[in-house]
Write a protein that binds this ligand. Structure first.
Ligand code: GLN
Length: 485
């Protein structure tokens, strides 16, 4: 069969189940493509030999009852994989081989998925461009000068360049939706507490959430039903009724009320983003949805709130990397000297910046002024959404304030880098689910995404709206495969 790697996840599953292709053939195709795509720098660790062995074993057993029958999948290197190097994109974990498996990846292997390898990401998932990785930046398949977005940049680039049929990323402030938007792919950030955080390298624990990234909404719905599970190993995991989202997926969204928040019309927003949003509104109407103007009055405080809460939690989470228990260690003259050298040499600049901000806002005298204040504002942001959801079923916004930017363009200007998350962070602060779907191209031919935000635990409704709109938008990525030698 030709073009195996360009098939959607759903098509691959059907072909394997109908015995038109074997898991070995599929796995081999993705490996061959990865060998030709090294320039993109998507992989940190390849697991190709073991994947081929597992694929052959699968073909011999041929258990077609599982949901991911012999499907090879590469995942973000933030998920702990038992016995396989897990770096979180950092030098400090460059020699870390976990002795346990994250719950979400375990759920994937339990359904027949096969690990292809670990994908590049920003260091500890801190970034919007995949440029903070110790393992070098990732290039966008859209254009070699562009970032793929971040922090799940390796994952987005891998989906857009057909290196993996589906993948999972993590989203603390936009790291699934922003790279999906930049690469013309689909990314879902689920409700906080839906997917277990057990075994995911922690960035900001009250915001982090794993979620699917793929070529289309249906593939993401299928992966979401697999990775979402109640897990007693994560104290913030929530026991609620989870659907078989892909089976219940429908494009009938007639009468759904979709809110348009006026505060997302930010100063200096490019005309193309405004036009994309208007196009989204028209498409939602065509699908039979009712458009309602709403207000989320505290939106302007979301970014500063996020950049207090996230670094505070990060500084606390990253205290564990001290060169003693695991990870990189630098020799020191005494214990304190060893700690200092290990952390100075092991962490990159962005991570150090976050640790310093986080330590500052948590320190005595500043804790009330910054951290407690931010927590209060966070509650107000959540209340805004609660109010809006009395009136509407979902909210439609652009995913990002611009299309993908150039490699190096924002590396010396952290604030302009942070501004990229302006439409995504409020969702994490409120713990809500949201999806980015590709919706158009800008005048340079770069993809632009629309974000749909749902109610807590309303993944089915959210996916249905995305599914209906995706069908009408009929987006086609224009990728020229410049990186294939
Ligand atoms: N870009 C944001 C940050 O740098 C979000 C990252 C994320 O979602 N992991 O914090």
């Amino acid at each position: 069969m030709d073009n195996i790697t360009s098939l959607s996840l759903t098509e691959l599953i059907n072909n394997i189940k109908n015995k038109k292709i074997s898991s070995e053939e599929v796995t081999r195709s993705f490996i061959e493509r990865a060998e030709k795509s090294k320039t993109l720098n998507c992989y940190i660790t390849e697991n190709f030999e073991s994947a081929l062995k597992k694929a052959k074993e699968f073909d011999n057993r041929a258990n077609f009852k599982c949901k991911l029958p012999g499907i090879p999948i590469a995942i973000k290197d933030l998920f702990c994989t038992n016995g396989i190097k897990t770096t979180a994109g950092s030098k400090i974990l460059n020699n870390f081989f976990p002795t346990y498996e994250s719950t979400v990846t375990q759920n994937i292997w339990n359904e027949g998925g096969i690990l292809l390898g670990k994908l590049n990401c920003d260091e500890f998932a801190m970034g919007s461009s995949n440029e903070t990785s110790f393992f070098g930046n990732v290039q966008s398949p859209i254009d070699k000068n562009l970032v793929p977005g971040g922090s799940s940049g390796g994952s987005a680039s891998a989906i857009a360049s057909n290196l993996t049929p589906i993948t999972i990323g993590t989203d603390t402030g936009g790291s699934i939706r922003q790279p999906a938007s930049f690469t013309g792919t689909v990314g879902l950030k689920p409700t906080y507490g839906s997917c277990s955080r057990y075994g995911i390298v922690a960035f900001a624990s009250s915001l982090d959430q794993a979620g699917p990234m793929g070529k289309n909404v249906k593939d993401c719905a299928l992966l979401q039903e697999i990775i979402s599970s109640y897990d007693s190993k994560d104290s913030t995991s929530i026991d609620f009724k989870r659907n078989n989202y892909s089976e219940l997926l429908t494009n009938n969204i007639k009468g759904k009320k979709i809110g348009i928040p006026k505060e997302y019309r930010v100063d200096g927003m490019p005309k193309e983003i405004e036009n994309l949003w208007l196009k989204g509104i028209d498409i939602a109407k065509e699908c039979g949805a009712k458009i309602i103007d709403i207000s989320l009055p505290h939106t302007q405080y979301a970014l500063p709130t996020y950049y207090i809460v996230a670094p505070a939690e990060a500084s606390s989470n990253l205290a564990r990397y001290d060169g003693v228990k695991y990870g990189f260690r630098s020799a020191g003259e005494n214990l304190i000297d060893m700690y200092e050298k290990t952390r100075s040499e092991g962490f990159g600049n962005e991570v150090k910046r976050r640790i310093m901000i986080g330590t500052y806002v948590l320190s005595s005298g500043y804790y009330d002024a910054y951290y407690i204040k931010a927590q209060k504002v966070r509650k107000l942001i959540k209340n805004d959404f609660d109010e809006a959801y009395k009136e509407v079923d979902a909210i439609l916004t652009p995913s990002t304030p611009s299309s993908a930017f150039k490699i190096g363009e924002k590396t010396n200007d952290p604030v302009s880098m942070y501004l990229n998350d302006i439409f995504t962070v409020p969702v994490n602060l409120a713990g809500l689910p949201a999806i980015s779907i590709p919706a158009g191209l800008d005048n340079k031919g770069y993809p632009l995404g629309l974000q749909i935000i749902g109610k807590a635990f309303g993944e089915q409704n959210l996916l249905n709206i995305a599914f209906a709109m995706e069908e009408k938008i009929n987006f086609k990525n224009t990728i020229k495969e410049w990186w294939i030698k």
